[in-house]
Design a protein around this ligand. Structure first.
Ligand SMILES: C[S@@+](CC[C@H](N)C(=O)[O-])C[C@H]1O[C@@H](n2cnc3c(N)ncnc32)[C@H](O)[C@@H]1O
Length: 236
């Protein structure tokens, strides 16, 4: 925004993404048992537009105590975000440079959010959250490259021979497996559109709330049918 609070034209889509993300977060948090203090991780936070607004939203709008931590591989963005949070006086906010696969906050994380974590980074986010039985996961996946390189299926050749359709099919398959695996690990999972397609073509969100009730979704036949080894099923 500019100094008068007007959203820059070229940032309007991001603004809508973050607003909608927070509306979904707010609604999901209201469904969780109340807490005095929340620990929230933003994995693959990048420039952290979401992370900063999330912190403000928790503190000022929800008026709740929280510790918000952003993690990203990129040294320069982590340095910049750390400077910004110091300037803003956001004391219970930290930025950590590193690979999320190696990151370990340990027990006590309540919420994991992730917006547009590239390809299999989303699987790391979900596996991290499942391993630590995080109560709420909001993950918007991005660039589903992994299965597009792997899928083979003779019957579906009329679809898979077209590059674009293969990509879209692989993305559906990837997110379907992710949601099923979450359900098998004690989550209630939904796959929803968090913004309109025009605000981001990557507009699918996986929302998962810990219930502790494990389902027994059968996914092996899909894996066999497409001859795939999805990252969501490999150990963290
Ligand atoms: C498309 S950006 C999204 C950034 C931000 N969440 C947003 O929506 O603006 C993806 C980010 O994921 C980070 N990333 C990808 N793989 C990662 C990994 N294994 N560990 C940490 N960060 C990773 C990249 O450095 C990049 O900043």
């Amino acid at each position: 925004m500019d100094r008068n609070g007007n959203v820059f034209k070229n940032q309007r889509d991001k603004y809508i993404q973050i607003n909608n993300f927070l509306a979904i977060l707010n609604d999901a948090m209201n469904r969780l048992p109340p807490k005095k203090h929340w620990t929230i991780l933003d994995l693959c936070c990048g420039k952290s537009y979401l992370t900063f607004v999330l912190y403000y939203f928790m503190k000022e709008i929800r008026q709740q105590e929280c510790h918000v931590i952003g993690v990203d591989l990129k040294k320069d963005v982590i340095q910049k975000c750390t400077q910004i949070k110091q300037r803003l006086g956001f004391q219970e906010m930290d930025f950590i440079e590193g690979d999320i696969a190696a990151y370990n906050y340990g027990q006590g994380v309540d919420v994991v959010v992730s917006l547009h974590a590239c390809d299999t980074a989303t699987d790391i986010v979900l596996k991290y959250a499942m391993k630590n039985q995080v109560k709420l996961i909001l993950s918007v996946p991005c660039c589903h490259k992994e299965l597009a390189k792997q899928i083979q299926n003779k019957m579906l050749d009329p679809i898979l021979k077209y590059g674009l359709l293969k990509e879209r099919f692989a993305a559906l398959l990837t997110d379907a497996l992710r949601a099923n695996v979450l359900e098998n690990n004690g989550y209630r999972a939904d796959v929803i559109e968090f913004v309109n397609f025009e605000n981001s073509p990557k507009n699918v969100m996986i929302r998962a709330i810990w219930t502790g009730k494990k389902q027994t979704n059968e996914i092996q036949s899909l894996i066999d049918a497409f001859q795939i080894t999805p990252s969501i099923l490999t150990p963290l």
